[in-house]
Design a protein around this ligand. Structure first.
Ligand code: ADP
Ligand code: ASP
Ligand code: MG
Length: 418
């Protein structure tokens, strides 16, 4: 017997037929004698609609009320799944975040889970009951409903798995695992049998939305065995045995468990980038501090930075990137500080994409970045900014080249499948 958390995303619970399919996946694990907690998202499209309604009512609104609204999508799907499980003879009950409770901080819209009391859920496993838990939501310090940021049900699932000491956390989605890159962009993307926590963390934070970044962070810290697989696989297909079963998906695990390691394991891209260029900044000590000081003071997260000499040799251009959602604020801060910074002009550009190559093999191999730059140069793609860390290299390019760049890099690093 094992203890499992099974998480189903939006497309997996998109309508009643899909919810019945989810119940069959749950039934398979229950019939095998396992204790099961299920975490579900809202039906696909629902959360977008709820967000749109909040914005339509007032573009700038109370974040606590935003959470009250957007958390409702998951309330519908937990109820429906519990009913369907009961209908097919499986004892089940639904749980909302506040009923467990899943305690979070008060960062409405992007709350972090602080504590989960799983005692009652575990006690009811003893009575053969399946827990059906609403993903994405929690309870803040002031007892108001919070949400965990878009894609947050993955994080709910991993946090619950850690709290109830589950043997495995299975993330069921609309693709059958983690691929070398987004399979919807590159037809030759290959499914990975295993990927290390570190690489998955980079993939997620650099744009692969198959898992929310925070869920991978938690899985890494609490050593949760995390598996990504498809809810579209037949529920009655033969499975592996016991908690060690890798099943048909991708296992996110310690790097020691991965025998054949590629230098580059995956490629991710993010269109959620905006570029700000300060033209003709006086080139003297203290200038960078005058630019980035005010940004930091306003909690603006700067990612890539590049500084180059202007044509006249006396001044410099400083370029940096921020998430697109923060561009207006960043521009505002810079314009207010423009006189003090002493720059001629401020330019912004949102038609950019950050493309990244990721692999723990980079720690021990040289020439990895060179291949990236040469591949892009051969395709005539101009690099606007670069950033690196131990296991990744990211470049900023014009967004019209996204597909071309990702496909060319996928081939260059030998990742193409059939
Ligand atoms: P869910 O609603 O189940 O949470 P998401 O839409 O959040 O599903 O995540 C699944 C999607 O992630 C896939 O449909 C795929 O397009 C996208 N994706 C991006 N990068 C990758 C990758 N490297 N491997 C697998 N899927 C990826
Ligand atoms: N329903 C939420 C969203 O769409 C949470 C999730 O799907 O993980 O962001
Ligand atoms: Mg998701």
């Amino acid at each position: 017997m094992a203890r499992l958390v099974m998480k189903f995303g939006g497309t997996s619970v998109a309508d009643i037929a899909r919810i019945r399919n989810v119940a069959q996946h749950v039934k398979r694990e229950v019939d095998a004698g396992h204790e099961v907690a299920v975490v579900v998202s809202a039906m696909s499209g629902t959360t977008n609609q709820l967000v749109a309604w909040a914005r339509e009512t007032a573009p700038l609104h109370d974040a606590r009320e935003y959470d009250t609204i957007v958390a409702t999508g998951e309330q519908v799907t937990v109820g429906l799944l519990a009913i369907e499980l009961q209908r097919i003879g499986i004892p089940a009950r639904s749980w909302l975040g506040w009923q467990i409770p899943i305690r979070t901080d008060n960062a409405h819209g992007a709350a972090r889970i602080q504590e989960i009391n799983g005692d009652e859920i575990v006690r009811r496993f003893g009575e053969g009951q399946v827990a059906v838990i609403a993903g994405f939501q929690g309870l803040g310090p002031d007892n108001r409903i919070t949400t965990l940021g878009r894609g947050g049900s993955d994080t709910s699932a991993v946090a619950i798995a850690a709290a109830i000491k589950a043997d495995r956390c299975d993330i069921y989605t609309d693709v059958d695992g983690v691929y070398t890159t987004d399979p919807r962009v590159v037809a030759k993307a290959r499914k990975l049998d295993k990927i290390s926590y570190e690489e998955m963390l980079e993939m997620a934070s650099l744009g692969a939305k198959v898992l929310q970044t925070r869920s991978v962070e938690l899985a890494m810290v609490y050593r949760v065995r995390l598996q990504v697989r498809s809810s579209f696989d037949a529920p009655d297909a033969p499975q592996g045995n016991g908690p060690e079963a890798t099943g048909p998906g991708t296992l996110v695990c310690d790097e020691e468990e991965i025998v054949e390691q590629q230098v580059v394991s995956g490629i991710a891209y993010s269109k959620d980038e905006a570029k700000v260029t300060l033209v003709k900044v006086e080139d003297k000590p203290g200038v960078a501090a005058r630019v980035f000081g005010p940004l930091a003071d306003n909690s603006l997260n700067v990612d890539m930075i590049i500084q180059n000499l202007s044509d006249d040799g006396k001044s410099t251009d400083i370029t940096f990137t921020v998430p697109q959602a923060e561009l207006a604020r960043a521009e505002d801060v810079i314009r207010k500080a423009q006189a003090e910074i002493g720059c001629k002009e401020v330019r912004t550009d949102t038609n950019v994409v950050k493309v990244s190559i990721i692999g723990i093999g980079m720690r021990s191999h040289t020439g990895v970045a060179k291949t990236m730059f040469k591949t892009l140069a051969d395709k005539g793609i101009n690099i606007l900014a670069i950033t690196t860390s131990e296991i990744k290299v990211s470049v900023l390019i014009a967004s019209e080249y996204t597909e071309l760049a990702v496909r060319a890099l996928h081939t260059a690093y030998g990742l193409d499948g059939e």
